[in-house]
Each structure stands twice: as structure tokens, then as C-alpha cells.
Design a binder for this molecule. Structure first.
Ligand code: GLN
Length: 275
């Protein structure tokens, strides 16, 4: 696509050779601390073709993934690329999907990994595997900033039109905790992405949106909406990988440890979540 993806690829190529030693050492140890410096040798053949992988994401989930001036950016984008650069894999770029198409895209081999603020849960774990967690979240109930509706608990949402994005854990909260009890199925509005849900909240077509807290905070900074209350779910985000791709899963886990140990993870959380 743009100059930037070219330079990103050149960057990955340039660090790829050095990363082999690190990730091989990392796979054998308990996270590879310090093993990149002294333990040379294992990655020295240099003749093997490093496998290429692609990743899928679903923009519209700021600050994890969004489009800025046509460019795909965000915490997941930076973090996943940093993680891959710590492995022997080459990164071949991003494909964009609606959130609920990501798991089918992965299982159909259209992509090799998912980086989309995706919560690790039992239902998804039946179909795909996840890496170790890289971020935690609860669900926020977001309302209009200038409205007179200030719910403090789920029961305050009774008989209100509520929005969430299709296939998400936010939708799960609506379906499991609200529909058939506080609200009817018709009062639940499912959106292809959260940008449309928040837009409809601003327009008055729904009175609340259920969405991951860090994303709610980002929308609240940029739009006339606010968090009314938080519903604790204790979710953890992981990268999604095919169940038969154990090598990639363990390489990404080693890469994740390396990125945490190098301080890069902290830098990226500051960049995307800092004030
Ligand atoms: N964390 C939520 C989930 O996994 C939402 C993810 C998203 O919308 N990108 O369902």
C-alpha cells in the first residue's frame, strides 16, 4: 500500500535475522530473559526461509485499531508487529474485516493471526487458540454526555434501546444480562462496528452502548459521550491463532515476553493509553 508499509517491511527484514536467535532461545526457556545476549549459535544457519504470516484486525476500535488518514494504526497494530519482529516469522501485512468475520477468516486460512482486542473466552477457545493475554478490560455502559439518562446499574437500562457490536463480549452482556429481562430482543441494536453504535447513540437511536472500557474512554475523549458505569467482566485480550498452529502460538508468546522485557510494551501502552 503506502510508503509506510514498505518501510515497515524493510524494518522487519532488517531485524529478522537478529530475532531468530532470540526467539529460539525464548522458546526453550521461561521467557528468554537475557538469553539473546550471550547464547549465540542456535540461529546461525541463515539458509532457512523465514515463514511469512498475515494478520487480521477490525478497525473502529480505538485506540486498539482504527483508520487515521486512511492508515491503519493503533496499539494492537504496533504491539503485534513488535511481537512478530521478535520471532523468526516475517510479517506480511494486515487484512481488515468486520469483527465477527475475523474467526472465520482465521479458520479459512485467509489470515494467520487475529489482533483485534479480542477477549479470550471459552466459546472462542473451542474454535481457535489464543496467545497469552496482553491487555485487560471490563465493559463500560456509555451514554450521551448531554443527556438526562444516567444509569448506575444494569437494571436502570430497563426498556431502553441498547447498542453493541455484533459478535462481541459487549453483545454477550446485553444478550445474557438484559434481553428477556430488562429489555426485549427488539430493543437490542446490533452493529457491524462500534463506530456506528456510538454514532447511533449520539443520534439518539439507542440510549446506551455496551463496549470495552479502554475503547469507551477513547470515544469519551473524542465525542459527546461518557461512561455511565462499568460492568466488571475481568476480560483479557489475546491474539488469535489457528488450533493447529502451535509453533506460531508459542513463537508469539515468546515474542510477547520479549516485548514486555525490553520495555517496548510499556512504551506502547504509554503511546496509546497515556495522557
Ligand atoms: N473485547 C471484545 C470482544 O472480544 C470487543 C472486541 C472488538 O470489538 N474488537 O468481543
Amino acid at each position: 500500500m503506502s510508503d509506510r508499509s514498505l518501510s515497515r517491511r524493510q524494518y522487519l527484514t532488517s531485524v529478522g535475522g537478529a530475532a531468530v536467535t532470540l526467539s529460539v532461545a525464548g522458546c526453550m526457556g521461561d521467557g528468554g530473559s537475557g538469553s539473546g545476549d550471550g547464547g549465540g549459535g542456535s540461529g546461525s544457519t541463515g539458509t532457512e526461509q523465514a515463514p511469512s504470516i498475515t494478520a487480521g484486525t477490525a478497525p473502529g476500535f480505538p485506540p486498539f485499531e482504527m483508520k487515521e488518514g486512511g492508515e491503519l494504526v493503533g496499539f494492537d497494530i504496533d504491539l503485534f508487529e513488535a511481537v512478530v519482529s521478535e520471532t523468526e516469522y516475517q510479517f506480511d501485512g494486515w487484512s481488515e474485516f468486520e469483527f465477527d468475520s475475523l474467526i472465520p477468516a482465521l479458520t479459512n486460512n485467509n489470515i494467520d493471526a487475529i489482533a483485534a482486542g479480542m477477549t479470550i473466552n471459552e466459546k472462542r477457545d473451542e474454535t481457535i487458540d489464543f496467545t497469552d493475554p496482553y491487555y485487560s478490560s471490563d465493559q463500560a455502559i456509555v451514554v450521551r454526555e448531554d443527556g438526562d439518562f444516567s444509569p448506575g446499574s444494569l437494571s436502570d437500562l430497563a426498556d431502553r434501546p441498547i447498542g453493541a457490536q455484533k459478535g462481541t463480549t459487549g453483545e454477550g452482556v446485553v444478550q445474557d444480562e438484559l434481553v428477556g429481562d430488562e429489555i426485549t430482543q427488539n430493543q437490542y441494536n446490533a452493529y457491524d462496528n462500534y463506530v456506528l453504535a456510538i454514532q447511533d447513540l449520539q443520534n439518539g437511536n439507542v440510549d446506551a452502548v455496551v463496549i470495552d472500557v479502554p475503547v469507551a474512554e477513547t470515544f469519551a475523549k473524542n465525542r459527546p459521550v461518557e461512561i455511565a458505569f462499568v460492568y466488571e467482566t475481568g476480560e483479557k485480550f489475546g491474539f488469535g491463532v489457528r488450533t493447529d498452529d502451535d509453533e506460531l502460538t508459542s513463537a508469539l508468546n515468546s515474542g510477547l515476553s520479549a516485548v514486555r522485557e525490553s520495555g517496548r510494551y510499556e512504551e506502547l501502552t504509554q503511546k496509546w493509553f497515556g495522557e
